[in-house]
Design a binder for this molecule. Structure first.
Ligand code: NAP
Length: 552
């Protein structure tokens, strides 16, 4: 333990100002801002190093599909200038190297306690203090608690009969061994064809003796067209990064996409086709932003969806395999669009088999096989690319309560309710970075993290100056925000698929659309206005600070 940590540990008899849970992009920047503000803070991290998602997700092919120049911190001009991204879409190792670099540059490690899993957080209303307990039964106390636990961090292994009897290794993409996995000579079974599966499948197929892919829902995937970044492009970015970052902050999803400005349905079919082709060739999620109505109008969406279906039919040689791979029963983008390198092409390999679980569901897992009604598929290794209990999972994994009797698990039993995705009524001095009801997973999450951290940091320093000890969202403001989030989503096609945005991938999870899709720029303005109005919709030391009016 470092001497700083000892000092913090000793100090923890006296409460800290802030406890941050998680040392990913969010927790690290929060810790940086707290140090700058002169507040005492510790970061408690379950992993053995920094990085969060980018620490755990070291599966083959793991890469970000937001351009690397944009999927990075903007808070330090010096950092922007000194770090040079190598590829258009950064690999997991490069992103982790970047996060470690940030950590070292700003000397953040000394405030992080690794291998420390927080299991509960309790707020004592009389002392106005949070006590966080760890798996090792240590207690940490602070005035404020900031959950930087990530939206896609609570991995889900489905409950499949016989899984415990499997004799080979089982890996989840989100808990991949840090020293890698050897596939040579192995018959690998992989379940799941979301973003993680789509990235891992081509890489594993190149090494394994055989790969059997078990697909429940076919995905829409567009090519990444990843490539090394041209030095001129990087130089241009560095020269203009302040302007570019400012533009991203007011954009729709926090990425400088080439956003289409006209509806697909008002565009002639041949022009549309050319535009989709142009975007397909360019690569990346930019494809989904070709027209203004793709996310709202089923007929418009069908134009983009059928373009991708035709591409699948063109690339995949076996018509039956192509048919199985083709998504037909939900709009493109209603589930997170996937971005790949050679995904469709991989199904032309002789060592790859596709199993359509809709036609033949998994019945059980045997000692060396995955069994469906059609027979046993041999497997020496099982890979779960089966996703996450997203957005709320990591928060609810911690038993968050107050002495006054509130419990987050109870409060969210019918689905999450939060004010701006930042705070929860009934839980004073608790903040959730990229919580439910904020743009989070629908946006460039690093940008959204910075926006939340800046807001929280300014809130805490502001409250300190005013001598305010306690801040809490009002029920009323929270209810209005929750209704607004649903209202905005209801104008879109997001409800037309069983996605993790809705919690539909977790049996028993309430089906509630969780992210805010009103736009990153609109959302940022709302948060700013709330703060400028003296934290409208919050109570400061039990008193509603400003006349409540609709933030929505
Ligand atoms: P995911 O999108 O939830 O995909 C999970 C896959 O597992 C789905 O195909 C799902 O099928 C399948 N599955 C789950 N339970 C199953 C069961 N019991 N039987 C059979 N199949 C089952 O998870 P993910 O791929 O890990 O991605 C999660 C999110 O992380 C992404 O949407 C994205 O936001 C982010 N991510 C991004 C990148 C990137 O930047 N390129 C890479 C990886 C992850 P159903 O669809 O039928 O449920």
């Amino acid at each position: 333990m470092s001497s700083d940590m000892n000092a913090l540990q000793a100090k923890s008899a006296a409460p800290l100002d802030v406890i941050v849970v998680g040392a990913g992009f969010a927790g690290l920047y929060m810790s940086y801002r707290m140090r700058q503000a002169g507040l005492s803070a510790i970061v408690l991290e379950a992993g053995s190093d920094v990085g969060g998602t980018w620490y755990w997700n070291c599966y083959p092919g793991a890469r970000c599909d937001v351009p690397s120049l944009e999927y990075s911190y903007s808070f330090s001009e010096e950092l922007e200038q000194e770090w040079t991204w190598r590829e258009r879409f950064a690999t997991q190792p490069e992103i982790l190297a970047y996060i470690r670099h940030v950590c070292d540059k700003f000397d953040l490690r000394r405030n992080i306690r690794f291998d420390t899993r927080v299991v509960s957080a309790n707020f004592d209303d009389t002392e106005a203090l949070w006590t966080l307990r760890t798996q090792a039964d240590e207690a940490w106390r602070a005035r404020f608690c900031v959950m930087a636990t990530g939206c896609i961090s609570e991995a889900r292994i489905p409950d499949i009969a016989g899984v415990e009897s499997f004799k080979g290794a089982i890996y989840h993409t989100g808990h991949w061994p840090q020293d890698g996995v050897e596939f040579a000579g192995k018959r690998v079974a992989l379940i799941g064809t979301g973003s993680s599966g789509v990235q891992a499948i081509p890489c594993i197929a190149r090494e394994a003796a055989h790969l059997t892919v078990f697909q429940r829902t076919p995905c829409y995937s567009v090519p990444a067209r990843n490539a090394p970044l041209a030095p001129e492009l990087v130089a241009e970015w560095k020269e203009n990064c302040a302007t570019k970052r400012a533009a991203a902050r007011v954009s729709r999803v926090g990425v400088l996409h080439d956003y289409g400005t006209v509806p697909a349905l008002e565009t002639p079919a041949d022009v549309r086709q050319k535009e989709f082709e142009r975007r397909w060739i360019k690569g990346g999620t930019n494809f989904a932003y070709a027209y203004t109505d793709l996310g709202r109008n089923e007929q418009a969406n069908e134009c983009a969806a059928s373009f991708v279906r035709a591409k699948i039919a063109e690339i995949v040689r076996d018509p039956e395999t192509a048919r199985k791979l083709t998504p037909v029963d939900y709009p493109i983008g209603a589930k997170r669009i996937c971005v790949d390198t050679d995904y469709w092409e991989t199904f032309n390999r002789s060592n790859v088999t596709l199993v359509d679980l809709r036609a033949e569901p998994i019945q059980s897992i045997g000692e060396r096989s995955v069994n469906t009604q059609n027979g046993a598929y041999p497997a020496d290794m099982l890979i779960m690319a089966t996703g996450y209990d997203a957005i709320t999972g990591a928060l609810l994994a911690i038993d968050i309560t107050t002495r006054a009797g509130a419990s987050l698990r109870q409060a969210w039993a019918a689905g999450p309710r939060a004010y701006l995705g930042l705070a929860v009524a009934g839980f004073p001095n608790l903040f959730t970075i990229t919580g439910p009801g904020s743009p989070s997973v629908i946006s460039n999450v690093v940008l959204s993290i910075e926006q939340h951290v800046d807001w929280i940091a300014e809130c805490l320093t502001g409250l300190g100056r005013q001598g305010v000890r306690q801040i809490e969202a009002t029920d009323d403001a929270q209810e209005r925000w929750v209704a607004h989030v649903q209202d905005v989503a209801s104008g879109t096609l997001f409800s037309k698929a069983n996605s993790w945005y809705l919690g539909a991938n977790v049996p028993g999870k309430p089906r509630v659309f969780m992210p805010y899709v009103g736009g990153v720029g609109v959302y940022g303005n709302t948060c700013r206005e709330v703060a400028e109005a003296g934290y409208r919709g919050f109570m400061l030391d039990g008193v509603e600070s400003a006349k409540s009016r609709d933030v929505a």
